[in-house]
Design a protein around this ligand. Sequence first.
Ligand code: FEO
Length: 171
Amino acid sequence: MLKEKVLDAINNQINAEIYSAYLYLSMSAYFNNKGLNGFANWMFVQYQEELAHSIKFFNYVNERGSRVVLKAIEQVPSDFESTLSVWEKTLEHEQMVTEMINGIMDVAIEENDHATKSFLQWFIDEQVEEEATVTEILDTLKLIDGQANGIFMLDREMRQRVFVNDPTAAG
Ligand code: FEO
């Protein structure tokens, strides 16, 4: 059984991961509508990844013999100022998620929950990767500086992204 503070933090995180999925699905729809199908694909894969993250937490709570409590998902934005602003928002969002994961780790450390600390390490590493990937895309977009050719090339590159489920998420 998880201690109450750890359980509350993880239940909140399940909600945050589903919110993230919903946010990226909304961004995928935005790009789709703009004809940027590669960007839309990238965001759709990101949506799938976030859902997989939520399930990873969900399975962990069950595995520890505790109770998942699902809460309401907040409304996500459906319109964005520009292509660049979507990526800026994505980076901001991932930085916030990193803070949340660090916060759960702090609680697990306070509560001497070694199993949860070990479980969370995957997310700590994942966040480093997520922030780095989005920062790279953002840097490329800044270099492109709105030029159609560059956007076209980057969009094509983003068509290649595919969702690969983490086998450890199966629980
Ligand atoms: Fe589930 Fe993008 O962090």
